[in-house]
Design a protein around this ligand. Structure first.
Ligand code: AMP
Length: 449
């Protein structure tokens, strides 16, 4: 049985208190399933992505254990190691630990590349309860004997699919070989492809398995639409959407996804020239540049951020009202991650994807993964009906049913303020998970329009 209220979970008083303060009443499906198992000391194989509440699902039980069993920490060691693929995600996880652990006495630090290592070495000198790290810099510091993993009690591998995509498999294996055998290990991935399960088997001991179907989480919560357009018409269509955002009263920030770093730079530059303050973040930018761009974005100084997939990981900005997939991702899972950048923490959100002729196959793969057609938005001047038709024929050949056009949302206005749906009713910063019990509640986002 899974609990429907946080109060039913045997979490320590300082955690119950922070959950009340954050207005988190109902555990998300991944939390309801994972937290009781983790409190029992089980290893966990979790198939869930960002936006499902997975960070709290591991941070809360770990903080509980730290609170209940405080102990002296030896120099350079850590009780908890969380490995994350990117510095942005590591920062995000660190922030979540600080938030959820604000009434718990514990020490934590972050280790990631792209910045000077001295503050990280100093922070590790006295040892910490929680270390959140990216693999490369962590190994550097281990080799310099600035970090010692021999006392890790809790090991979390977050976003393993991304970690492997980024070529960290060897680093991860080396890090695992340095951990003590007697530990609790948690493994989270958005997909469980055979190579990922194989890696999990070498790390986990008799793990409990928790699977959150992406089709019942992000893809259903967010209003997402696809526009069939010629490649050359993507720019004017984007400008139309951005004008709608600029006129919006809330949720003004927009993230535009580009498949390549070069494309991101080019697009940001030309948007600036067209009067839309924009900045680009991608893997070729320094950490300082990325942080500065994110700060300016969060403050609304540059309300458009053009990003590649890797750089956008871990970007948890509450006021993102619109995500535009200027290019469709060639990996279907990335679609779910991308659209999860909007609608954070109970906010309203919309995601619009542009599909040109050569991207139809990507769209088909995405629709297979999310197990629903992406509702189409064709009420704009650049709609390419014959392209839409070809996609529909290809898809219905594959057995799916088209939800029809979606004409109610032109110019970014629409019914944004209408509430409804299964979000927004909890009156606070938290997301309302009370309707999302993990059953297959397959109400398409189009029905909200
Ligand atoms: P995550 O998947 O961990 O990135 O979490 C997604 C967002 O949901 C974060 O902004 C959290 O603050 C929020 N959140 C996580 N768990 C809950 C919950 N049980 N109730 C409301 N909001 C939550």
């Amino acid at each position: 049985m899974t609990p429907t209220e946080f109060e039913a979970l045997p979490l320590a008083a300082p955690l119950q208190r922070v959950l009340r303060e954050l207005n988190y009443n109902t555990p998300s499906p991944v939390q309801a399933q994972a937290i009781p198992l983790l409190l029992l000391g089980r290893d966990l194989l979790g198939c869930a992505q960002t936006g499902t509440g997975k960070t709290a699902s591991f941070a809360l039980p770990i903080l509980h254990a730290i609170h209940e069993r405080p102990r002296q920490i030896r120099p350079r060691t850590c009780r908890t190691l969380v490995l994350a693929p990117t510095r942005e995600l590591a920062g995000q996880v660190g922030k979540s630990f600080s938030t959820y652990g604000q009434h718990v006495r514990f020490k934590q630090t972050l280790i990631y590349g792209g910045v000077g290592q001295n503050p990280q070495v100093s922070a590790m000198r006295g040892g910490v309860d929680v270390l959140v790290a990216t693999p490369g810099r962590l190994l550097d510091l281990i080799d310099q004997r600035a970090v010692d993993l021999s006392e890790v009690e809790f090991f979390v591998l977050d976003e393993v699919d991304r970690m492997l995509d980024m070529g960290f498999a060897r680093d991860v294996k080396r890090i695992v070989s340095l951990l003590p055998p007697n530990r609790q290990s948690l493994f989270f991935s958005a997909t469980l492809a055979p190579n990922i399960v194989e890696l999990a088997q070498t790390i986990l001991r008799n793990p409990a398995r928790v699977t959150i179907d992406p089709g019942t989480t992000t893809a259903e919560r967010i209003e997402h639409q696809v526009c069939f357009v010629d490649r050359d018409n993507k720019r004017p269509l984007l400008e139309q959407l951005l004008r709608g955002q600029a006129a919006a009263t809330s949720g003004k920030l927009t993230i535009v996804f580009s498949r390549t770093k070069h494309g991101a730079n080019k697009l940001a530059k030309s948007l600036c020239e067209a009067g839309f303050p924009a900045d680009a973040i991608h893997g070729n930018k320094s950490q300082a540049q990325r942080e500065k761009a994110l700060e300016k974005f969060k403050k609304g100084l540059t309300p458009v951020l053009v990003a590649t997939d890797v750089a956008a990981r871990g970007v948890d900005v509450k006021d993102v009202g619109l995500v535009v997939n200027f290019d469709l991702p060639n990996e279907p899972e990335a679609y779910v991650h991308r659209i999860g950048r909007t609608g954070r923490a109970g906010a309203e959100g919309r995601a619009v994807s542009f599909c040109a002729e050569d991207e139809r196959e990507f769209l088909r793969e995405i629709e297979k993964v999310i197990k629903m057609p992406v509702p189409r938005w064709d009420d704009h001047a650049w709609h390419d009906e014959s392209l839409a038709d070809r996609h529909l024929r290809m898809r219905t050949g594959g057995g799916m049913v088209q939800g029809g056009g979606n004409r109610g949302r032109q110019g970014g206005g629409g019914n944004r303020g209408g509430g409804g749906g299964n979000r927004g009713g909890n009156g606070g910063a938290g997301r309302d998970y009370s309707n999302a019990s993990g059953r297959n509640n397959r109400r398409g986002p189009a029905s909200r329009a």
